[in-house]
Design a protein around this ligand. Structure first.
Ligand code: ZN
Length: 207
C-alpha cells in the first residue's frame, strides 16, 4: 500500500498524466528519483530509460488517492480551520492512518460530494439516494426544517464569529423561516436576519 507521501504523488500524477506516457526527463523535474523508483517497485508505474507512465494499478490507486486527498483537504480547511500551510502538514498525518471506513466519516462530515467539488465515493451516492442526514450549507436547508449547526467557517469569514453570540453555534438548533428579501433564521435565542452569502458559510445537519 502507498504511504502518505506516495498517496499525494499518485493523486497528482493521475490528475496530471492520466495513463499517458511521459518523458522521464520531464517527470524528474517534479519528482525525485527515489519517489519514482518506489512507485515502480510497487507496480504503480513503469519507468523505461526515457519514459514514465502510471500502470493501470497506479491509475486506479491515483483516482482513489485523489478522493482521499480532496476530502481531507476540505476537512482540514473547513472543519479544523487550518491554513493552507498547516493543512499540507496535517494531510500527511491523516493520510497515514486513513481507511475506507474512516474516509467515509470524513466525507459525511464535510457533506459529501454534492456540497463540494470532490470525486464522488460510494458514501456520497448512498447519502443522496437515501436523502440521508448530511451536512449542508444553511442556504440549502428547506424552510421550516429544524437543523443542528455542525460548523461555521469562521476561518474563511472571521466576522461570522459574532454569530456565536446570537445562537448560531455548533450544537445549537436553527430553522430557516424566510428566504426573501432576507434570510430569517430562528435560533434558540430568537430570530435574526442574515444575508444569503453568509448563510453559505454555516453548515447544518437536519435533525
Ligand atoms: Zn461521501
Amino acid at each position: 500500500m502507498a504511504d502518505a507521501e506516495e498517496t499525494i504523488v499518485l493523486a497528482e500524477m493521475a490528475d496530471k498524466y492520466g495513463g499517458r506516457r511521459q518523458a522521464l526527463k520531464k517527470v524528474k523535474e517534479h519528482y525525485t528519483k527515489d519517489t519514482l523508483n518506489r512507485l515502480a517497485a510497487q507496480n504503480y508505474a513503469q519507468a523505461g530509460s526515457a519514459y514514465f507512465a502510471l500502470t493501470e494499478q497506479g491509475l486506479a490507486a491515483g483516482r482513489q488517492a485523489k478522493r482521499a486527498v480532496s476530502v481531507l483537504r476540505i476537512f482540514c480547511a473547513e472543519i479544523l480551520g487550518l491554513t493552507q500551510k498547516e493543512t499540507a502538514g496535517h494531510l500527511q498525518t491523516l493520510l497515514g492512518g486513513i481507511t475506507p471506513a474512516l474516509l467515509e466519516r470524513y466525507c459525511t462530515l464535510i457533506g459529501h460530494a454534492y456540497s463540494h467539488k470532490i470525486p464522488e465515493g460510494a458514501c456520497c451516492a448512498q447519502a443522496k439516494a437515501h436523502n440521508a442526514e448530511t451536512v449542508l450549507p444553511l442556504n440549502q436547508l428547506p424552510v421550516g426544517v429544524d437543523a443542528l449547526v455542525i460548523y461555521v467557517q469562521t476561518s474563511q469569514r472571521p466576522e461570522l464569529l459574532k454569530l456565536y453570540d446570537l445562537g448560531i453555534h455548533p450544537g445549537k438548533t436553527v430553522r430557516l423561516q424566510q428566504l426573501y428579501p432576507a434570510y430569517i433564521i430562528a435560533t434558540e435565542q430568537g430570530r435574526l436576519a442574515l444575508d444569503n452569502t453568509l448563510t453559505g458559510f454555516i453548515f447544518v445537519q437536519r435533525t
